[in-house]
Design a protein around this ligand. Structure first.
Ligand code: CA
Length: 245
C-alpha cells in the first residue's frame, strides 16, 4: 500500500481596512508544520493588537515546537490554553489592557486529516468543487439567537448586538475551543478570516471570488479589495490553504 503525501500551499493578507486607525488582526502559519491561524483582537488602548499577536505567537510557538507523537487536537487545546493564559496574565498586570481578548480560528493539517479550531466569530470555511461551506460556528450572541429561532439570519447582520461574542481568548482564566475534524480531497481550499471580511461580503460573493483560477496571493488580494470596496469598516484578514493534487 502506498501512502500519498499531501501537499499544502498557503497565502495570507491582513489589511487595515478604510475606517479603523490600526490593525488589530494578526495571522501566522507554517506550511511545514501544518499550522495556520488568524486572530482578531479587541480591547481598549493597544489591547486588541497585543492580544491577537500574543495569541498568534503562543499558538505558533507551541504547535511548531511540538514533538511528532503529540496528537494534533490535544496539542492545539494545550496551545489555546497557553495563549489564553498569556493574554489573561498580561491583562491582569495592566489597567490599560484590562479586558483585552481575541478570537482565534486555526487549521491544522496532518496528511489528509485536518482540524479546524475556533473561539469567537472569526470563521473557517472549506471550498470544495466550487461550493463554499462554513465549517466553524460563530461564538456570538446573534448566532445563538439565530440557532434558538429568535432571530432571522438576515437580521443578524444588522443587529445592534452583532459585535457581542460569547467566547474569546484572554478574557477569562480558561476557554473551550470548538474542534472540527475533516478529511481533505485534492483541490480543497480552506479560508480562515476575520469578520472584517464576512461582514462586508456575502458567502455567495466570497464563493465566486474564490472560484476564479488565480494564485492564492491574488485571491487574498481580491478578497481584501472587495471588502474594502464594500466599505472596509473593519480590519480584514484572509488566510487561504489549498490541498494540492
Ligand atoms: Ca474584527
Amino acid at each position: 500500500m502506498s501512502t500519498a503525501v499531501v501537499h499544502y500551499t498557503a497565502a495570507a493578507i491582513s489589511d487595515r481596512g478604510r475606517k479603523r486607525p490600526s490593525n488589530e488582526d494578526a495571522f501566522g502559519y507554517s506550511v511545514e508544520h501544518g499550522v495556520y491561524v488568524v486572530c482578531d483582537g479587541m480591547g481598549g488602548a493597544a489591547g486588541g493588537e497585543i492580544a491577537s499577536s500574543l495569541a498568534v505567537d503562543e499558538f505558533m510557538k507551541r504547535l511548531t515546537g511540538r514533538t511528532a507523537d503529540d496528537p494534533l487536537p490535544t496539542g492545539a487545546e494545550q496551545a489555546i490554553a497557553a495563549a489564553n493564559q498569556a493574554i489573561f496574565t498580561r491583562s491582569e498586570r495592566s489597567n490599560k489592557l484590562s479586558g483585552m481578548g481575541t478570537t482565534l480560528v486555526a487549521l491544522l493539517t496532518n496528511e489528509r486529516h485536518v482540524w479546524m479550531i475556533n473561539v469567537g466569530d472569526s470563521r473557517g470555511y472549506r471550498m470544495r468543487s466550487g461550493r463554499l461551506e462554513q465549517i466553524t460556528v460563530d461564538h456570538s450572541l446573534v448566532e445563538e439567537q439565530v440557532r434558538m429561532g429568535r432571530l432571522e439570519r438576515s437580521e443578524a447582520l444588522r443587529s445592534p448586538l452583532r459585535n457581542v461574542i460569547t467566547r474569546a481568548l484572554g478574557t477569562q482564566s480558561s476557554v473551550t475551543p470548538d474542534i472540527f475534524e475533516l478529511e481533505t480531497a485534492p483541490g480543497d481550499l480552506f479560508l480562515l478570516c476575520s469578520d472584517g471580511l464576512t461582514r462586508e461580503l456575502s458567502d455567495a460573493l466570497i464563493e465566486s471570488l474564490l472560484g476564479a483560477a488565480a494564485p492564492l496571493e491574488e485571491l487574498c488580494s481580491r478578497l481584501a479589495a472587495a471588502a474594502n470596496q464594500a466599505g472596509g469598516h473593519d480590519n480584514i484578514t484572509c488566510l487561504l490553504v489549498r490541498v494540492e493534487a
